[in-house]
Design a protein around this ligand. Structure first.
Ligand SMILES: [Cu+2]
Length: 127
């Protein structure tokens, strides 16, 4: 898989969520792994936490679908060190260690997830 070198030189700082001055921007972030479905129907969705935010940041789900969000923090930014799903408890995300958080999709609407400072956000959209 090849990445354009041009993209590497684009290092526009996003507003907020910028705590580490020493973060490296040498390479584009790797894509997250593909979702998998367990025998009980639970869909496991790998989510990478990059300097730019969550990848993917938007997840489509079916009403009542059982999900397992697997967050892997790749960013050294302090912003990314914690995540909370649906305004639930704050979960620590050690660097490069996958952390699973189970979520059941509501009948309709959205489930938000965000960093501890509520700057990086993602959403599960039920449809
Ligand atoms: Cu943050």
């Amino acid at each position: 898989m090849r990445y354009s070198l041009c993209a590497i030189t684009v290092a526009l700082a996003l507003a907020g969520c910028e705590k580490n001055a020493d973060k490296k921007r040498g390479a584009p972030p790797p894509p997250p792994a593909a979702p998998t479905v367990a025998t009980d129907g639970t869909r496991s969705i790998p989510i990478n936490v990059n300097d730019e935010g969550y990848d993917p940041a938007k997840i489509a789900a079916k009403p009542g679908e059982k999900l397992e969000l697997v967050f892997t923090r790749l960013s050294k930014s302090a912003c990314a060190e914690q995540v909370k799903v649906n305004d639930g408890p704050v979960t620590e995300l050690p660097l490069e260690v996958p952390v699973k958080i189970a979520v059941t999709a509501p009948p309709s609407g959205e489930v938000r997830f965000a960093c501890g400072m509520d700057m990086m956000t993602g959403v599960i959209v039920v449809n």
